[in-house]
Ligand binder design. Structure first.
Ligand SMILES: NC(=O)c1ccc[n+]([C@@H]2O[C@H](COP(=O)([O-])OP(=O)(O)OC[C@H]3O[C@@H](n4cnc5c(N)ncnc54)[C@H](OP(=O)(O)O)[C@@H]3O)[C@@H](O)[C@H]2O)c1
Length: 280
């Protein structure tokens, strides 16, 4: 089975590559931005035509949430139009398509876990551009999975877990936001569910994160407990760290579509974190 991965050098893309390359059932074609710029429609068409993939996993994105507020053209260019290019090229070859999206398509005003039948309503440019990408997938592709995920961390690239471990080496005391709640997601868990999903024909939109929820403050405390690091963590409010892009206050996912389609529940975030820290 031939699989194309876009954004193959990113955090999730790297784990997808690792997972698929270890399985002899797959012939994997992973492309970083240098080999395949998704904003180049002609290049996307040519690369896809040469490979003729069975599955496309589209993990490339403009992910600079704060910079997107002042660079909307760059964010929409990659996340919306780039995704249109991928959707058109994949549809032409009748490949299945997985588009990785985000909890930022919601405004964070929910008070209970958000399922896939609820209406998105993004606040930030990043969230709006990712939602525009989802719409292009729905408009131009017929065999797609839209996988919304949240609070991703893993071995590759920068993420909250690595930032906390680094800060703990430099400071005795840390302040971490306690009024934003979400679901952390270990990128290897996410990668493996994406691959399992793509082997089915159960198309549609899915919310995928590790199960359970916590605030960033609780997440930080858990990281230090699991890594056995002695550092004082104090809770603070979002207003204490003003950022250009609004952050969702609440983005806990309900995995309703996985449940309704007979997939097992994803393991708890704390268990996944422990596993990650052990391998790290
Ligand atoms: N990280 C999270 O917490 C999180 C949460 C929810 C959803 N997501 C979604 O999950 C997916 C994977 O995220 P990630 O954490 O792996 O992000 P990442 O590490 O930033 O990876 C994204 C990759 O896309 C590449 N890229 C950017 N512009 C491109 C272009 N024009 N053509 C081709 N490649 C391009 C980036 O390359 P450069 O670095 O060279 O620009 C980067 O390697 C994204 O769709 C993201 O929106 C992530």
């Amino acid at each position: 089975m031939k699989v194309i991965i876009t954004g193959a050098k990113g955090q999730l893309g790297s784990d997808l590559m690792q997972l698929l390359q270890a399985d002899s059932r797959y012939e994997v074609y992973g492309y970083g931005k240098e080999e395949l710029d998704i904003t180049d429609m002609e290049q996307v068409g040519k690369v896809f035509m040469d490979v003729n993939p069975d599955i496309v996993i589209h993990a490339a994105a403009y992910t600079k949430v704060d910079a997107a507020e002042s660079e909307p053209d760059a964010a929409y260019g990659v996340n919306a139009l780039g995704t249109r290019n991928i959707a058109l090229a994949a549809e032409k070859l009748k490949s299945k398509l997985v588009y990785v999206s985000t909890d930022y398509v919601f405004d964070g005003k929910a008070t209970s876990p958000i399922h896939e039948f609820e209406q998105p309503c993004p606040d930030s440019v990043y969230g709006k551009s990712k939602l525009a990408g989802e719409q292009f997938v729905r408009d131009f592709h017929s065999k797609f999975f839209i996988v919304r995920t949240s609070w991703v961390y893993g071995k590759h690239g920068q993420n909250f877990v690595k930032t906390m471990l680094k800060l703990a080496k430099e400071q005795q005391q840390l302040k971490v936001v306690s009024d934003q709640t979400g679901s952390p997601t270990y990128s290897l868990d996410l990668a493996s569910i994406i691959v399992n999903l793509a082997l089915t024909e159960k198309y549609g939109t899915y919310h995928i994160s590790n199960s359970g929820s916590c605030s960033w403050y609780e997440f930080a405390k858990a990281i230090f407990e699991e890594a056995d690091i002695d550092v004082i963590v104090e809770p603070c409010r979002t207003e204490d760290f003003p950022r250009p892009a609004p952050r969702p206050k609440y983005s806990v996912f309900d995995h309703m579509r996985l449940r309704l389609n007979g997939f097992p529940e994803i393991r708890n975030w704390r268990e996944a974190l422990k596993d990650f820290l052990t391998t790290l």
